[in-house]
Structures are given as structure tokens and as C-alpha cells.
Ligand binder design. Structure first.
Ligand code: CP
Length: 283
């Protein structure tokens, strides 16, 4: 797909239609999927604020919507505002349905796939990786999906770095134990930075933090990556982020070669092109 994008895209899927249904805000995922489909030559139907603008019936609105929309397209990309929304939708959908993130603390599987792709491209390894997952781990769907994927590899070590009130949930920790994946829970980011190959930072939004303003300021300072803290990292380690960022990464480090988050965004579109082509071929 990287080669196809360099050549200006393809017309191979010009008879195919993607319906992009977003019930929750998105910048990267929606544009990334819609750009991916356009570069494959396909067409896009889009609802960027489906909760507000779709006419819905009071009961089982999501299921009804999916059963209508799937007649108009060949693949659906769905971001739903409730955990399990994508699973509910997939049960009634007659075309492939891709989960583009469900609820706070649900899953975001295509983000995890692209994260894994960037990690492999940048570090040339997956087995034996040491990865710090940082921020609001209790509600972050990206870190949850990435933990699942990383548990499929050998000798991976996961460092969950967050305040105690926002720690990774027990269901993921149980999954890691079942799959013999080593993990530790830390509150001190600076202690972990020298140890890891990948630092994966996630959004720290005031609106998602239940504590006082003082607690939030302390949280933000403790998990902020800037010119000082990046010095603690190994020279060949990388920083990733699902973006958009709020206050967790200083713009001052964007030109450091270890700041890989904008390369990760480009990888995401290529990966989503591959994923769309694959599901369309499987039909
Ligand atoms: N990475 C990600 O999910 O970003 P959006 O919320 O902007 O789609």
C-alpha cells in the first residue's frame, strides 16, 4: 500500500462503497479510513455525527440503522459511543463491519494494528519488546487493544504507567496472566523511561479526570514528555501516541527522531488501506 500511495493510488475498488458511521468525535480514524478508501478508488458515505443527525427509532436504533445502511455499502466502519456498540452492530450487519473504537474503555482494534505495524517498522522487533503504556489507562481503548495484540508475542514486557486512580482494568491484566505476558504497574514515568523500547502516551483530558484541579496538574506534570524527560530514554527507543494530543507531549520534541507519532499516522492510513482491501476481497 505504501507503494500504491506513492504512485497516486489505485482504481481497483472503484465499484465499492464504504459507509463511515461515527457516533463519537474523531479526527484521525475517520479521515484515515476515508482517505484509505478514496486511495483504493472506492467511494465513501459519511456520517461524522451520527448520534445527532441520524433519524433514529427509540428502540434498538443502532441495529436498525445498521440494517438500513448495510444495503447501501460494501463495508461499514463504525465508531460507537457505548462499549460493545460494534459487537451489537456486527450481529445484524450483512457486510463486513470494522470497529473504529467503542465507548470509553472499550476497544480500538485498528489503532492497535497500526501501532504494532509502526512499532515493527521503527524498532524491527516485536518479540522481546518492552513497552510503557502511559496515561488514563482505565478508560483508554487504544492501550487496551494494544495490550491484547502485544500479548501474542514472546517475552514482551508491559509497563502500565498511570496514577493509581486510572490504572489498567482487571480484565486486561487477567488476559495478560492467561497469556504469560509480563507486566508491572508503575506511577513514576521517569523511572520507566530508561527501561523501554516504546513509550506509548495517551490523552490526558481534564474532562476525563475525576480529581481536583491540583491533582490534575500534578498528574499532567508527572506524565508529561518534554525535552528533559526524553533525555532519559534510550537513543533507539520511540514515542508513539494515538493522537490527537492534549497536554501529554511537548511540541518541543516533535523534531526528535524518537518522536514517531506523525510517522505512525501515515502508517495508519496505509494499514487501513490494506485492511479495507482485504475485507472487500473476502466478501
Ligand atoms: N487515534 C484516534 O482514535 O484518534 P481519533 O479519536 O481522532 O479518531
Amino acid at each position: 500500500m505504501e507503494q500504491i500511495v506513492k504512485r497516486g493510488g489505485t482504481r481497483d475498488y472503484d465499484r465499492k462503497i464504504l459507509a463511515s458511521l461515527f457516533y463519537d468525535a474523531s479526527t484521525l480514524t475517520r479521515f484515515s479510513f476515508e482517505s484509505a478508501m478514496s486511495r483504493l478508488g472506492g467511494k465513501v458515505l459519511t456520517a461524522e455525527n451520527a448520534s445527532t443527525f441520524f433519524s433514529v427509532s427509540p428502540d434498538d436504533a443502532l441495529e436498525d440503522t445498521i440494517q438500513v445502511v448495510d444495503d447501501f455499502c460494501d463495508v461499514i466502519v463504525l465508531r460507537h459511543n457505548e462499549i460493545g456498540g460494534a459487537e451489537r452492530a456486527a450481529k445484524v450487519c450483512t457486510v463486513p463491519l470494522i470497529n473504529a473504537g467503542d465507548g470509553k474503555g472499550g476497544q480500538h482494534p485498528t489503532q492497535a494494528l497500526l501501532d504494532l505495524y509502526t512499532i515493527h517498522k521503527e524498532t524491527n522487533k516485536l518479540d522481546g519488546l518492552k513497552v510503557a503504556l502511559v496515561g488514563n489507562l482505565a478508560e483508554g481503548r487504544t492501550v487496551r487493544s494494544l495490550s491484547y495484540l502485544l500479548s501474542k508475542f514472546e517475552r514482551v514486557k508491559l509497563y502500565f504507567v498511570s496514577p493509581e486512580s486510572l490504572q489498567m482494568n482487571q480484565d486486561i491484566l487477567d488476559h495478560l496472566v492467561e497469556h504469560n505476558t509480563w507486566y508491572t504497574m508503575e506511577t513514576d514515568l521517569h523511572k520507566v523511561l530508561p527501561e523501554v523500547d516504546v513509550v506509548y502516551t495517551t490523552q490526558i483530558e481534564r474532562s476525563r479526570f475525576n480529581g481536583s484541579d491540583a491533582e490534575f496538574d500534578s498528574f499532567r506534570k508527572n506524565y508529561f514528555i518534554d525535552k528533559g524527560s526524553i533525555q532519559l530514554m534510550n537513543r533507539d527507543s520511540i514515542i508513539l501516541s494515538p493522537l490527537p494530543r492534549f497536554t501529554e507531549i511537548s511540541r518541543d520534541i516533535d523534531n526528535d527522531p524518537r518522536a514517531a507519532y506523525f510517522r505512525q499516522t501515515q502508517d495508519g492510513m496505509n494499514l487501513r488501506m490494506a485492511l479495507l482491501a482485504w475485507v472487500l476481497e473476502c466478501q
